[in-house]
Design a protein. Structure first.
Length: 332
């Protein structure tokens, strides 16, 4: 069985959010395609506080190259997928290395200036959206770019999709306590709309502590580090899914929300152009509260159109076919 190393930060493997879910999904797809996806990460951290000057993750990655290279060589791995720009220098040691970014040097994101130099030496990438492919070419001159979405799990949709369980006034948000995710906006919406039942779901246990700095309205319920089953079960009960982030490389929960037939409210930013279905509505800080209220007041409980769109564009079948085609070219 051909081996492919998947290099991510230790914290990304540890937390129940996007990168970890992507890693597990890719490993399963690899097994089905006869490819062994080997998880590789540094054993030490520079800091868990990536926003402190001097402790940016990319700087931390540079001092971890020896650990990563040792693991790759010990496993006799020749093909590497790395998800963090700080490990771009791997292509000095492995001619078969490809970037799959979980973040991108966009001004909306913390530390984007730190990321930019690393992107200057990327030569091959897999990205999740056509928007990112365009950005890679226009901003960094990288043209060897394959688009493969992170597919959602259809089995979970089949297991939990039940329109009769939808709570008419329930709004769901998934994110992190980070400035660019705008949890403050959700709390502000809740204060202005006490009739709404709002769930805020955070990817890691560490946000339990950081969320203590906010005054949480009574109509907001906080959830932390839910399993995929728990996310889908809870999402099934919501009528509206709201994303108010400044930027996303893919926005996996948005595709899951479409698959579960939610009415979706999202940002106008072009990075969300792939979330484009009958009942997905784009807004901004000036009209989001009204859009969420309009969505909650819709006579429809679910959007079968959104679900059909998600199945066609983002299912795990689409992801599997994407990697089958990519591995056929790259590994042979």
């Amino acid at each position: 069985m051909k081996k492919v190393g998947l290099v991510m930060r230790k914290i990304q493997f540890a937390e129940a959010q996007g990168p970890r879910i992507f890693a597990e999904r890719l490993k399963q797809i690899g097994l089905e395609l006869g490819v062994d996806i080997v998880f590789v990460s540094p054993e030490r951290h520079v800091s868990s506080h990536d926003w402190l000057p001097g402790y940016e993750h990319e700087k931390g990655d540079l001092v971890n190259y020896d650990i990563v290279l040792d693991q790759l060589h010990n496993q006799q791995i020749e093909h590497v997928i790395y998800t963090v720009s700080g490990f771009t220098y791997l292509n000095m040691f492995f001619k078969n290395s490809v970037l799959f970014p979980h973040s991108f040097p966009d001004p909306a994101l913390t530390g984007y200036e730190m990321m930019k130099p690393f992107y200057q030496i990327v030569d091959k990438a897999i990205v999740q959206t056509a928007f990112l492919k365009q950005e890679m070419a226009s901003k960094f001159g990288v043209t060897d770019v394959t688009v493969i979405p992170i597919g959602f799990n259809e089995r979970l949709v089949e297991k939990y999709f039940d329109p009769s369980q939808v709570v008419e006034n329930r709004v769901m948000w998934i994110g992190r306590d980070e400035e660019n995710r705008r949890p403050d906006l959700v709390l502000e919406y809740a204060r202005h709309n006490p009739d709404k039942d709002i769930y805020m779901v955070f990817g890691g246990e560490r946000y339990k502590e950081s969320m203590k700095k906010y005054d949480i309205p009574d109509n907001v319920k906080l959830q932390f580090a839910l399993t995929q089953d728990e996310v889908f079960a809870l999402m099934n009960t919501a009528k509206v899914y709201w994303n108010c982030s400044k930027f996303d490389t893919f926005a996996m929960p948005l595709t899951e929300a479409l698959a579960m037939g939610k009415i979706v409210v999202k940002p106008e930013h072009p990075c969300y152009g792939h979330i484009s279905s009958t009942h997905s509505f784009s807004g901004n800080e000036k009209n989001w509260f009204e859009l969420v209220n309009m969505a909650a007041a819709s006579p429809r409980r679910v959007s079968m159109e959104n679900q059909a769109y998600a199945m066609e564009q983002f299912s795990s079948k689409v992801m599997k076919q994407g990697y089958r085609d990519f591995f056929d070219r790259w590994l042979n």
